[in-house]
Design a protein. Sequence first.
Length: 178
Amino acid sequence: MKKKINLIFIALLMTALIAGCSSKIEDELVTLQNDMKENVGDSMADVADEFEQKGIDVENGDISPDEFLTYYDEEVQPVINEKRKYIADYEAPSTDEAKEYHDVLTDGMILALDVIEDSAGLMIALLDDSISEEEFFEKGDELEQVVDELEAKDEEILSLQKELEDEYNVEFEDIDLE
């Protein structure tokens, strides 16, 4: 009888441990996703949209190149720096699954920030009459490479999210990286 009670106790303990681990993984995944979406993704999407509009405004002559440069230096670059710091200072999760997702997601977010910076560099180069056509096209090629990396990373993120959703009881909201 004592042997059966021990077996039942061990089975219950293992079930509780497995359920507890799964819950911790789910909690870390959800927390990570929500933190990154709210503190980086959403605000960067807004900055990227506004930045794009300012570029159009320069092309249309609604604002001067100097106003665009001032806007970038005073409003965009500080936000990019703040988001990079947030990502760098973010405490990595403790479970392997959440660590993997953290690494892939933050790599994607860093690439998205790189795209904004490289886009600004290209726009500034376009406004700067002192650079050669060759240098301008080099900057364009660099931007294209980063955009391609971001697209590949976005696919990797979506694939990992699908795997994690299938394995754990989580649902990921879209974070617009492009």
